[in-house]
Ligand binder design. Structure first.
Ligand code: 8GP
Length: 799
């Protein structure tokens, strides 16, 4: 984009004055940010219009990525980078006596997702635009999103995150594109027009207006600007009288208020289903409106439209598309079903049973009576067709409706043409185990798409020092073709390059140390080994195993203050689901241990623990470039892929890993010498589950080192955790340790010991870091997305 510094300065000043009616020098950081954002939006608006017009004109096939969550992070710098004007704006701001980074920090990081799944959706949106694919996002504009996490007395407290309190400069409200989403009502059938066909009458519905807010997704230096559409629930115009009480109005607003209402109770679950139908229906309706404008035969719908559902949350898009084709467009069942299956594809992100969505049949029948009928019909036809082929038992196991429950994964698989897992191991487990019944029926639907990350945000923006060093060492080709980063391997024995890499890491560690001191009052040594575990708090991710290792080191130092142990800073970032009691107990435990150890002078700063509050994309950008060790220690078979493993690797952290999720592929790429692997393998875990011989109590009794650590949880050593310590102890020792922490403990300690040894040899460690960076190219989401485009969506990059 042509733009020079002088021109920028002029435009910026003008924009600021236009918005705030005084000079930018007197503005707050937020105002300075809003003015810059507004200016930037203006700069890409023409490309945005142009891109959409081109797609329409060429009747290009487009993909619609339906996701309940998006975690875009701050958008200012990523837009500037992709537009190719980051350096120019940075310099311009400097000449205006402003610091771009400081101004950029005034942007509120929207928490419209939980973790991996939501951030993946945002990496994908960036990659879709950057590889020149015609793609759109479809989701929910949550008023508050996920909660804001605070620690009070070590406990997680959830506060509302009012991310929209200032103007959101990136979004454009499109009232003229609003659609009505209908809930409840009565369904009847009539014969009209004398053609003998049944017509559906759906009356007395509760109608909600879905208003889209569009946000541009700017491609990297290619002029492509795609669209992310997030829907907000409102009272339909002219219908205010029907929502006369405060209670009724609240009910409407509630639909798009928060991500993850507490689904441990019926009310919360009902709200969740409303959200899912709300954005699925609105998305499908707007797609249908677009398609009709093309004036093509309905049979061409799958040639023009691909709908991808990110996990099962948007599965209701399947019966909704059927409903519109049948009831509104008058297609036959067979026509509508063919179109739907060819259009929809589905990604599974987890094998955890508790995350498999099931809704009570009665809930769907009441809330969405017509959709319910369609699901029943899909189910009946499925069973009718499959029973003669596969027998009663197998067919019934794949039923969508069973025991009064509607199984969303079954509907997603039956109603789509592609089912993919997110790492090789994960897909293998889906095919062989979790979804094996479906694999038997539809082997051709199953495929793997290993996750990826965008190095634009996770290296270029998050780690400017590393970016500069790479540019200097291997040129800039890696930025548009991430595989090219492998050239760095040629420098693996170049002392000069290794030293530079160490300096880069050190400066990033200093940056994090400054944050820890300023925000948390914790002083850390930037030359210590930074050991990082950042991810949602969940028992299977085994943050507790990390804790057991910390306690082991603590005891070693208590026994012998001069023990030859590498100085370490353990960094945690994690939110726990509000109703996940055990995860919240683990948070309290970690905070209490942090308090104990950080304030114990006899430890002499050899261990520090930093548990950052309100972990999210922006904090990840600060922590990841500073990491030496990347903790990826889930029980093998449980973590579908992981993506922080890829981000950390790209920034030169060494992975401490079980052979789980994408760790397996990371090992294959980086080689055994540049990763620390330990623990049970996935098939060994399966075997234990099958034969039931695991006995954690036995391990506890026979392993004195481990016993001593576990006893710390209940002997009063750790202040303030009486109940938490006891509950956690019981889960590990008395209730047989569901995630095999005790079994993997020895292997983990050994791997950690090896990491200490490696870290003390600076050249060796730096070489390992270099090899990780140099092997990270294949994990670019650009490649992942090109595989989705080629193999699932059948769309091609624009020339
Ligand atoms: C996550 C997986 O746990 C993670 O391994 C994977 O990297 C990521 O998806 C992206 O594929 N799954 C979820 O975040 C998830 O299942 N969330 C649903 C419960 C909301």
């Amino acid at each position: 984009m042509a733009f020079d510094v002088q021109e920028f300065k002029k435009e910026y000043q003008k924009k600021f004055e236009e918005l705030f009616a005084y000079g930018y020098e007197a503005g707050s950081k937020t105002e300075q940010y809003i003015a810059l954002g507004d200016l930037v939006r203006g700069l890409y608006s023409e490309d945005w219009i142009q891109t959409i017009m081109e797609y329409n004109k060429k009747k290009e096939k487009q993909v619609y990525y339906f996701s309940m969550e998006f975690l875009p992070g701050r958008m200012l710098k990523s837009n500037l980078l992709n537009m190719g004007i980051l350096d120019c704006v940075k310099q311009g701001m400097e000449e205006l006596d402003l610091d771009l980074d400081e101004v950029a920090r005034a942007e509120v990081d929207p928490a419209l997702g939980n973790g991996g799944l939501g951030r993946l959706a945002s990496c994908f949106m960036d990659s879709i635009a950057s590889t020149g694919l015609a793609g759109n996002g479809n989701g929910i504009r949550y008023r508050y999103g996920l909660f804001k996490q605070k620690f009070i007395n070590g406990y997680q407290i959830e506060l509302p995150e009012n991310w929209l309190r200032n103007k959101n400069v990136w979004e454009v409200r499109k009232e003229n594109k609003a659609v009505i989403v209908r809930f409840g009502g009565d369904v009847s059938f009539t014969q009209e027009d004398g053609d003998g066909r049944l017509r559906v009458r759906h009356e007395n519905t509760r109608d909600i207006l879905a208003v889209p807010y569009d946000t541009a997704q700017v491609g990297y230096n290619n002029g492509v600007v795609n669209n992310l559409r997030l829907w907000s629930a409102e009272i339909p115009y002219g219908d205010e009288a029907r929502f006369s009480t405060e209670e009724q109005r609240e009910e409407v607003k509630r639909i798009t208020e928060v991500l993850y209402p507490d689904d441990s109770n019926y009310e919360g679950r009902l709200l969740r289903v409303q959200q899912e139908y709300f954005f699925s229906s609105a998305g499908v309706q707007s797609i249908i409106r677009y398609f009709k404008q093309l004036k093509l035969d309905w049979s061409l719908f799958p040639d023009k439209i691909a709908i991808h559902i990110n996990d099962t949350h948007p599965t209701l898009a399947i019966p909704e598309l059927m409903r519109i084709l049948l009831d509104e467009e008058g297609l036959t069942w067979d026509q509508a079903w063919e179109i739907t299956k060819k259009t929809v594809s589905y990604t599974n992100h987890t094998i955890l049973q508790e995350a498999m969505e099931r809704w009570p049949e009665t809930m769907i029948a009441d809330l969405l009576p017509r959709i319910y009928q369609i699901i029943q019909e899909i189910n009946l036809r499925h069973i009718d067709k499959k029973t003669p082929l596969y027998g009663e038992e197998l067919s019934q196991r794949t039923a969508i409706i069973a025991n009064g429950q509607i199984k969303m994964a079954n509907l997603a698989i039956i109603g789509s043409h592609s089912v993919n897992g997110v790492a090789r191991l994960h897909t293998d487990i889906l095919m062989a185990d979790t979804l094996n019944d479906f694999y038997v029926m539809y082997p051709q639907k199953f495929n793997n798409k290993t996750n990826g990350i965008t190095q634009r945000r996770w290296v270029q923006i998050a780690n400017e020092n590393l970016t500069a060093m790479l540019d200097e060492t291997i040129g800039t080709e890696w930025k548009s073709n991430p595989e090219e980063i492998k050239i760095l391997k040629a420098h693996r024995d170049n002392k000069n390059v290794l030293d530079k890499l160490e300096q880069v890491k050190l400066s990033n560690k200093k940056r994090f140390a400054a944050y820890a001191l300023q925000e948390m009052g914790i002083e850390i040594d930037p030359t210590a080994l930074f050991d990082v575990q950042i991810k949602r708090l969940h028992a299977y991710k085994r943050q507790l195993l990390n804790v057991l290792h910390i306690l082991d080191r603590y005891l070693q130092l208590k026994d012998n203050p001069n023990a030859d142990l590498q100085k370490r800073v353990f960094i945690f970032g994690a939110k726990a689901a509000p109703s996940y009691y055990y995860a919240k107990q683990i948070i309290k435990l970690i905070n209490s241990i942090a308090y104990l150890i950080n304030n114990d002078p006899s430890i002499n700063d050899k261990i520090k623990i930093v548990f950052v509050e309100n972990y999210g994309v922006s904090l990840a950008e600060l922590i990841i470039p500073a990491a030496d060790i990347s903790e990826q220690i889930s029980l093998a078979g449980k973590e579908a892929s992981g993506t922080s493993n890829m981000k950390l690797m790209s920034n030169g952290a060494i992975t401490m890993a079980t052979l789980d999720g994408a760790n397996v592929e990371i090992r294959d790429n980086v080689g055994e010498d540049n990763i620390f692997i330990f623990g049970l393998k996935s098939d060994e875990v399966q075997e234990y589950y099958r034969n039931g011989v695991y006995n954690s109590r036995d391990i506890y009794d026979k392993n004195p080192r481990l016993k001593r650590i576990l006893n710390l949880l209940i002997d009063g050593t750790i202040p303030g955790v009486e109940t938490e310590g006891r509950d956690i102890f019981d889960s590990l020792v008395m209730y047989n340790d569901e995630y095999f922490l005790l079994k993997d403990f020895d292997g983990y300690l050994q791997a950690q010991y090896e990491a200490d040894v490696a870290f003390s040899d600076r050249d060796r460690w730096n070489r390992m870091a270099l090899m990780n960076i140099a092997s990270s190219g294949p994990f670019s989401s650009d490649y992942t997305i090109l595989r989705y485009a080629d193999e699932i969506w059948k769309i091609k990059p624009q020339s």
